[in-house]
Design a protein around this ligand. Structure first.
Ligand SMILES: [Zn+2]
Ligand SMILES: [Zn+2]
Length: 153
């Protein structure tokens, strides 16, 4: 179960800290225009975990924001430094997307999505992980993660 002691992270100022209790389901980078806006950078990296595996300490505020799909999501920010630490997509109840770059130790993205909007100066080392838009979860997520997801739902 909790094999990974490295799954701890924090916001920019350190007032919000978190711990992921069990292995993440999947980690992906998104190069879409909305993610560029929300990071102020070329892409976001999200690590998907079960909501009850994410233990957050410190005060966060949240806002309901738009997604490309129109379904929206709620983003959670440190009240002190404003760093966006995690979010909940309305289409995936029970799961949370942690902003991977706030982890103390990096996790490599297992997929890159919306590569059609990727900035031209970024090169992705492994083409096999690239998708023009979204992927088929059943074909892309590891078997183990799909199994855990089914058990939970
Ligand atoms: Zn902070
Ligand atoms: Zn995106």
């Amino acid at each position: 179960m909790n094999s990974n002691q490295n799954l701890i992270g924090s916001c920019g100022c350190g007032k919000v800290k978190y711990n992921i209790k069990d292995d993440p389901l999947f980690t992906q980078a998104c190069h879409c225009k909305l993610c560029k806006k929300s990071t102020g950078s070329s892409f976001v990296i999200h690590t998907m975990v079960f909501e009850d595996d994410l233990i957050v300490e410190g005060e966060v505020s949240s806002s309901e924001l738009e997604t490309g799909s129109g379904k929206g999501y709620r983003a959670y920010f440190c009240v002190n430094c404003g760093v966006y630490v995690y979010c909940k997509y309305n289409v995936s109840p029970g799961r949370v997307a942690v902003r991977t770059a706030t982890l103390n130790n990096p996790i490599f993205p297992q997929a890159h999505i919306y590569v059609k909007d990727k900035d031209p100066w970024i090169e992705i080392a492994n083409n096999q992980t690239c998708y023009d838009e979204f992927y088929d979860r059943e074909k892309t997520w590891p078997e183990e993660s799909l199994k855990r997801l089914k058990l939970k739902n």
